[in-house]
Design a protein around this ligand. Structure first.
Ligand SMILES: Cc1cc2nc3c(=O)[nH]c(=O)nc-3n(C[C@H](O)[C@H](O)[C@H](O)COP(=O)(O)OP(=O)(O)OC[C@H]3O[C@@H](n4cnc5c(N)ncnc54)[C@H](O)[C@@H]3O)c2cc1C
Length: 348
């Protein structure tokens, strides 16, 4: 029986950031993942400026490769389009190498990582016991579920959680145009958009909405001139409908913390990782430390409904005639969230 203070399951950005922070705070923790790294992850890999600023503050100097992109083209139903340059670039990373860089940083600083997957979780005498599939047993005071959208830990807390929305992607040859394309259409159902993100080696095109199927994905790709190719899909769980537990904490996609409108998940994966580390080191319930993010998720639900309604589309189409305004909204949102985070940090 191995004993640790904190066991983190899942070494994606949420788990690795949390592990790095706990290690730095001197907390005895163990990180496990069923994959060997570097491993790929279905994702556009877009780090908005609020995300890379946050990462720089949480783990200063962690090295990772990216393609900076500042030019964005927005297209709505082939009826309105606009182009603009944002103040701070979106860094497009390849998740295979980005996630490995975060894990490597933790290991290089003495953090313990093992490859494994949980088979059983039990609670006895105020402790949590996790049995891995290879039979190894781990006892811990805190269990952090950072095991992504199909989380085993979340299913322990709520066995019947839904899977969320299906998002699909395809890698295509680099177009040579270092811009991001986003297409919105009222025919896409709730919460869907087509995107093209150029990373250093290839372009990623993707689409997901509340009713994605492979056939619908192919149609959206055809409409956007994408040639046939190998498509891959992943669910994104977008809910916080599980019971909160003071010693079993869900972060990142496991806890349903991706943005309800855009599915941008890396920012809140890192913020919830930071909140989990704070809850553990300061012995404050996670529900309290993370209250602002739970509120933000509820707010995003109704923002999404308005944004993807006929009214929302009419506003976005009108805004397309004023690219300066779209740029201002984007830059202001990035600055505001970066600034709010800084203010939050200095209040601690
Ligand atoms: C198609 C698509 C495009 C996206 N594009 C963007 C984007 O451009 N920008 C953005 O910010 N977000 C994007 N997202 C969301 C983003 O990918 C996620 O929010 C982010 O990966 C969440 O990080 P995480 O660490 O919580 O989970 P993950 O990155 O999924 O990591 C979970 C880890 O847990 C491990 N694991 C899972 N189950 C087990 C188990 N049973 N035992 C042990 N280990 C386990 C996995 O191997 C993995 O390493 C996209 C998502 C999708 C699906």
């Amino acid at each position: 029986m191995k004993k640790v203070e904190v066991l983190i399951i899942g070494a994606g950005p949420a788990g690795s950031v949390c592990a790095n922070l706990l290690l730095k705070a001197g907390v005895d923790c163990l990180l496990i993942d069923h994959c060997t790294f570097p491993r790929d992850k279905i994702c556009g890999g877009g780090l908005t400026s609020k995300t890379w600023h946050l990462l720089e503050r949480l783990i200063p100097g962690v090295p990772y490769e990216y393609n900076p992109v500042s030019h964005i083209r927005l297209n709505v139903d082939n009826q309105a389009r606009c182009e603009f340059d944002i103040d701070e670039p979106i860094r497009i990373v390849q998740r295979k190498y980005f996630d490995h860089a975060l894990l490597k940083h933790y290991q290089d600083h003495g953090g313990e990582f093992i490859q494994g997957a949980p088979d059983k979780i039990e609670e006895r005498d105020g402790q949590i016991f996790v049995t891995l599939k290879d039979g190894m047993q781990i006892a811990c005071h805190y269990l952090v579920g950072a095991d992504g959208t199909n989380s085993f830990v979340r299913r322990y807390l709520k066995p019947d959680t839904d899977r969320g929305i299906l998002a699909m992607e395809q890698y295509v040859e680099k177009s040579g145009d270092n811009s991001i394309d986003v297409t919105l259409s009222q025919s896409y159902c709730i919460g869907g958009y087509f995107y093209r993100f150029p990373n250093k080696e290839y372009d990623i095109v993707g689409f997901g909405d509340a009713a994605t199927t492979p056939a619908k994905f192919r149609k959206v790709m055809n409409d956007n001139g994408v040639p046939e190719g190998k498509a891959r899909g992943a669910f994104i769980y977008l809910s916080n409908d599980y019971p909160l537990h003071d010693h079993i904490i869900l972060i990142g996609d496991a806890g349903g913390f991706a943005n309800r409108s855009t599915c941008e998940g890396l920012y809140d994966a890192m913020r919830t990782a930071e909140n989990a580390a704070k809850a553990i080191t300061q012995n404050i319930p996670f529900r309290q430390v993370n209250a602002g993010i739970f509120r933000k998720m509820r707010k995003e639900m109704w923002v999404t409904k308005v944004f993807f309604s006929g009214f929302g589309f009419a506003i976005v189409k009108w805004l397309c005639h004023h690219p300066g305004a779209v740029k201002w909204i984007f830059d202001t949102k990035m600055r505001r969230e970066t600034w709010l985070k800084k203010k939050d940090d200095s209040a601690r």
